[in-house]
Ligand binder design. Structure first.
Ligand code: I24
Ligand code: DGL
Length: 274
């Protein structure tokens, strides 16, 4: 990270969250619970989702566009609430930005190491995240002796977005996707994609009660709370309203988001980024 710009570290500024679409709202949901005094600025790139199958260079470009949008809004901290964007862009963002930046991969990796007793950890994520090797790298940096098996489950994203994640077919798709772990002996599985926590009961059912599931997004909010402490930047009361932006249809975003966040109203606007 270049030197922090102290004038921008104001406690009453919002925290920025970015995501490839709506999945990052699984992170926001935890933030609303755990950090009720913080104000939220969220942007989701619904028009160009999914990021999972895209080349890393493109994801980096799209991510920077969203970062610039949030910076123009004025934020004190940035949360990359998307695993694919974290895998592709976090190192560059942390190097170049003058506010603290946190991604979802490090917090998820740390929690997995804490949870695993036998040193065998599984990771499920998008193709982009798996290809980057980011989880394996983050885990090995902290503990060399751990075995990491990463598997891409792109169908899981489609399953959630087609609203079939509670339908009978969901069970079958989840069991198929997790097949590579059948004789792996892992005792911990990282849900390394924002959408997967919605499939948690199904994933737990397939893996069995002996496997601990790690929600990277939820772990990230713990990390955000710690960062706010370290930088003496925690808000003491909620000063403004939360605002959500999407590059896609605000109506569609609002319908999903209000239901997921259990809110009766939300400020949602279209973001024009270029
Ligand atoms: N969940 C997500 N994205 C959607 C969706 C959903 N539609 C229904 N549900 N649509 O993400 C995004 C737009 N897609 C549509 C298909 O083509 C590509 C673009 C997960 C959100 C997690 C917070 C299911 C659904 C819902 C309400 C709450 C939660 C949820 F309708 F999963
Ligand atoms: N938000 C993405 C992630 O966490 C999943 C959806 C996508 O592929 O864009 O990796």
């Amino acid at each position: 990270m270049v030197e922090l710009d102290k004038s921008r570290l104001r406690a009453d500024l919002p925290i920025g969250f970015l995501d490839s679409g709506v999945g990052g709202l699984t992170v926001v949901k935890q933030a609303l619970r755990q950090l009720p005094n913080e104000t939220i600025r969220f942007i989701g790139d619904q028009a160009r989702l999914p990021y999972g199958p895209r080349p890393a260079s493109q994801v980096v470009h799209f991510t920077w566009q969203m970062v610039h949008f949030l910076e123009d809004q004025g934020i004190k901290m940035l949360v990359i609430a998307c695993n694919t964007a974290t895998a592709a862009a976090l190192p560059a963002l942390q190097k170049e930005m003058t506010i603290p930046v946190i991604g979802v991969i490090n917090p998820g990796s740390k929690a997995a190491i804490r949870a695993s007793k036998n040193g065998k950890i599984g990771v499920i994520a998008t193709e982009g995240t798996v290809k980057s090797g980011s989880y394996a790298r983050a885990i090995h940096t902290q503990k060399k002796s751990v075995q990491v098996q990463s598997v891409a489950c792109p169908k899981f994203v489609t399953l959630v977005e087609s609203n079939e994640y509670q339908a009978p077919i969901a069970k079958q798709i989840v069991a198929q996707g997790l097949q590579p772990f059948a004789n792996s002996g892992i005792d911990t599985l990282v849900m390394g994609c924002t959408h997967y926590p919605l499939l948690r009961p199904l994933i737990q059912n397939v893996m069995g009660s002996g496997v601990t599931l790690i929600d990277s997004g939820a772990e990230t909010v713990n990390g955000v709370a710690q960062l706010l402490d370290v930088y003496h930047m925690a808000a003491t009361r909620k000063v403004g309203e939360d605002h959500y932006f999407t590059t896609g249809s605000p109506t569609m975003f609002k319908t999903i988001a209000m239901q997921w966040l259990e809110l009766s109203g939300m400020n949602v606007d279209k973001a024009v980024i270029d």
